[in-house]
Design a binder for this molecule. Structure first.
Ligand code: AMP
Ligand code: GLY
Length: 424
């Protein structure tokens, strides 16, 4: 079958999926909604915004498959709306997307089925929250219930700070309605992994484990961001640990979702804290996301040897069980280049200059970019682009990514110089 595929979203994640699909002979045409200033190199950007406009475009253009990249349209029910119009769509239902759109829902859900996770309460009651905070030893984790673009988690250093942070959320001062219910958690000490299960409602396949770098500055300093770089596979996740993640976290979650009438179809992304206990590595679930990570998707896509289209199709056909997922023996390291004032405020658009580089080193992925009137690329978003280095070792892949970046320039560009440091 020749596919005409629409990718919803505008970031590096969506560009990376588009790049992978553009190399597949079965993909006749790619569309993006809204896409960015570089996805036009891979396909056509659509103006459709509302779910109805998206359906109209799909019907008019003969689009055969839709892939939803970001969490917002999933939590708003776009996949249900498209399915109701008999459109093939890769992405979980609104109900299942609550695993990401409500931290309170997620914590209650996994606690009930005994998935290992930090001790917590979720509440909108000041007194309950206060008394739980008093039982914890700082640092104390305070989370706004709803979607906050990765900014809704505060690590408080004292009981007082935790309480004040929670009050501000409850009063709607810090995160509006998203903070009117909060989750208070014990702080877990360890290192983080991102794991990805592609699920067909019943069965799943795991992709290789990734590590993201959430802080802005090298050495894990500065504020949290959407992610400043990632690499995969990581030696910090061995077979044994991956087995624990599958049996203790992913499997019971999928089983319970199915039993409760909300089977999960799409990418289930586990944010895992690995805690050392008696010399053993034990995985705890910090959060679920219901989509590929960004920038994790950018390192997973180039290592997929099983075509992305086959993975997506097996999900829709509920045949994941029969899919043998092959990934390359190589490593991928992605370094995010952000604009000058990221993540504090938006920066003035800046012209991007890219010199030719040796494409055996890897490639560029474009995220927050637009075009000037002459069609030149402009940096106009927070995370602007990524250099993805590919090689047979992490060190070489990382060197390759930084070599690619020597050929990229725009005013105010900033990036970390230590991506993958934990593995080296
Ligand atoms: P989340 O959005 O829930 O993943 O939280 C964002 C970041 O906050 C995580 O990537 C962790 O670095 C940190 N974090 C969240 N929950 C905890 C916890 N219980 N203990 C330690 N760090 C946490
Ligand atoms: N890289 C973390 C995220 O996509 O939420």
């Amino acid at each position: 079958m020749q596919e005409h595929i629409l990718i919803i979203g505008n970031g590096g994640r969506e560009y990376a999926m588009g790049l992978a699909l553009s190399q597949d002979k079965r993909v006749q045409k790619l569309y993006f909604a809204p896409g960015n200033g570089a996805t036009t190199r891979l396909g056509v950007n659509l103006l459709a915004k509302t779910p109805q406009e998206i359906v109209d475009s799909i019907q008019k253009l003969g689009i055969t498959l839709v892939i939803i990249g970001p969490e917002a349209p999933l939590s708003e029910g776009l996949s249900d709306f498209l399915r109701a119009h008999h459109i093939r769509v890769f992405g979980p239902s609104k109900q299942a997307a609550q695993l990401e759109s409500s931290k309170a829902f997620m914590k209650d859900f996994v606690a009930k089925i005994q998935v290992p996770t930090a001790r917590y309460i979720q509440s909108d009651d000041r007194h309950l929250i206060e008394s739980f905070i008093d039982t914890l030893t700082p640092p104390i984790v305070v989370k706004a219930d709803g979607l906050c673009a990765g900014k809704g988690v505060i690590i408080a250093q004292s009981h007082q700070e935790a309480k004040e942070t929670a009050y501000k959320m409850l009063e709607g001062e810090s995160f509006g309605d998203a903070g009117k219910r909060v989750v208070i958690e014990e702080f877990l000490e360890g290192y983080e992994l991102s794991v990805f299960a592609v699920c067909d409602g019943e069965d799943f396949v795991m992709l290789s484990a990734c590590q993201d770098h959430k802080r802005l500055l090298s050495g894990d300093k500065g504020p949290n961001t959407g992610g400043m770089g990632a690499y995969t596979p990581t030696p910090l996740c061995d077979e044994n640990l991956m087995q624990k993640i599958k049996t203790r976290i992913i499997s019971p979650t999928l089983k319970a979702l199915k039993e409760q009438g909300m089977p999960f179809e799409g990418v289930l992304f586990g944010g895992i804290m690995v805690v050392e206990k008696n010399g053993e590595k034990e995985p705890y679930l910090l959060e679920y996301n219901v989509r590929f990570g960004d920038p994790e998707c950018e390192v997973l896509m180039p290592l997929l040897q099983t075509p992305l289209l086959d993975v997506v199709t097996a999900t829709l056909d509920r045949t994941i069980k029969n899919l043998t997922l092959k990934m390359s023996e190589n490593y991928a390291v992605a370094v995010v280049v952000a604009s000058k004032d990221y993540p504090y405020r938006s920066s003035a658009p800046a012209l991007i200059r890219i010199d030719d580089f040796d494409t055996t080193l890897g490639h560029l992925v474009f995220a927050g970019v637009g075009n000037d009137e002459k069609g030149n690329l402009l940096a106009n978003g927070g995370r602007v682009l990524l250099a993805v280095g590919i090689a047979s070792s992490i060190k070489q892949a990382r060197d390759n990514a930084y070599k690619i970046l020597q050929n990229v320039e725009f005013e105010g560009m900033q990036f970390r110089d230590d991506i993958a440091f934990r593995a080296l």
